[in-house]
Design a protein around this ligand. Structure first.
Ligand code: PEP
Ligand code: MN
Length: 362
């Protein structure tokens, strides 16, 4: 249930409604818009009658929620959520592009790929240290050692890092080292993990489960927001269909649909969506044209030698071409590709932000 307060409602009246909800065992989440406050009542709302809420001072109306998610819905918050990563934002008018290898395979390849994607205009670095692999015999990632390499790449390039946490136990370490905690497709409905990420003080990139409906995905995001973390970035990465020629089927309509239903930013991963590097550019362009707020793209300094997903990884050169295309499409839509905010230089040549980053403290 959403409670819309009158435009002239006072702070005392807003507090009165919040207290009243809490006395009935409900949680109250506030959304302060330009004109009025909306209060989201979360919990067992069935025990609460409409008339008892409408009787409270300052209440204008009640919107029953037709869909099961509340806090992530546009009814609750009508303006777009912009997730602030310090040096760059996700959402709003800019297009944010995270690029890098599928997995952190080693120091040299990650540093050279990071430098190349930064040069081509990426605004974030991706790379898995903890890897969810279909086969137990495939390369499983470098774990904690991989996080340190990512932190080094971040210090050298200034790119914020997104990397996956696969278990609730990994969330704190990933949150400490990285800028964005990625929750992968296979874990979209791992509710313990969602809740732990909801307690973290870093933004979360939530991938769509490979067989998940839009409602299931938004409910997974709801878990994170309800647990206290409002900074969720959704990532469409293709869903399972009967198609055998591609790894997954990119659900492009998810982009405008999610934008209708939710205020959260949505980016697209054209690499896992297609499984073939030659399809990555066209799908990335289509995603931006459809209104996506950014991309998560696999790029490898030498895809032929990649330990993981080389076939769907772009070379730095092809990634550079893609960035030029994205710039044109963004501009045609009145948007622009995000740029990293310049950071003041410290004496040893590192940016001040990276020099003071918790990622560098060990
Ligand atoms: C990834 O981006 O590293 C990944 C494993 O993707 P997904 O969870 O979408 O399969
Ligand atoms: Mn991959």
């Amino acid at each position: 249930m959403l409670i819309v307060m009158k435009a002239q409602a006072t702070d005392v009246e807003v507090t009165g409604v919040v207290n009243s909800l809490q006395e009935r065992g409900l949680e109250a989440h506030l959304s302060r818009g330009k004109e009025r406050v909306v209060i989201g009542a979360v919990g067992d709302v069935h025990s609460v009658t409409r008339s008892s809420i409408l009787a409270l001072e300052g209440v204008e109306r009640i919107i029953p929620i037709a869909h099961p998610f509340k806090l992530v819905s546009r009814n609750f918050k009508n303006h777009d959520t912009v997730v602030d990563l310090g040096v760059v934002q996700v959402g709003g008018n800019a297009i944010t592009v995270f690029a890098g290898p599928c997995a952190v395979e080693g120091r040299d390849v990650v540093l050279s790929t990071a430098a190349a994607v930064a040069k081509a205009g990426a605004t974030g670095l991706r790379g898995g240290a903890f890897k969810p692999r279909t086969s137990p015999y495939s390369f499983q990632g470098l774990g904690s050692a991989g996080l340190k390499i990512l932190a080094e790449a971040r210090a050298l390039t200034g790119l914020p890092v997104v990397t996956e946490a696969m278990t609730p136990q990994q969330v704190a370490e990933v949150a400490d080292k990285a800028d964005v905690i990625q929750l992968g497709a296979r874990n979209m409905q791992n509710y313990d993990l969602l809740q732990e990420a909801g307690h973290a003080r870093k933004p979360v990139l939530l991938k769509r489960g490979m067989s998940s409906t839009i409602d299931e995905w938004l409910l997974a995001a709801e878990y994170i927001v309800a647990a206290g973390n409002p900074n969720v970035i959704l990532c469409e990465r293709g869903i399972r269909t009967f198609s055998q020629r591609t790894r997954n089927t990119l659900d492009l309509s998810a982009i405008p649909l999610v934008k209708e239903l939710s205020h959260l930013p949505i980016i697209v991963d054209p690499s896992h969506a297609t499984g073939h590097w030659s399809l990555v550019g066209p799908m990335a362009r289509a995603a931006i044209a459809a209104g996506a707020d950014g991309l998560l793209v696999e790029v490898h300094a030498d895809p032929a030698t990649a330990l993981c997903d080389g076939g769907q990884s772009l070379t730095p050169e092809n990634f550079g071409h893609l960035m030029e295309d994205i710039e044109l499409i963004a501009r045609a839509q009145g948007r622009q590709v995000a740029r990293l905010k310049p950071q003041p230089q410290s004496t040893d040549g590192l940016t001040a932000a990276s020099a003071t980053s918790p990622a560098l403290q060990d």
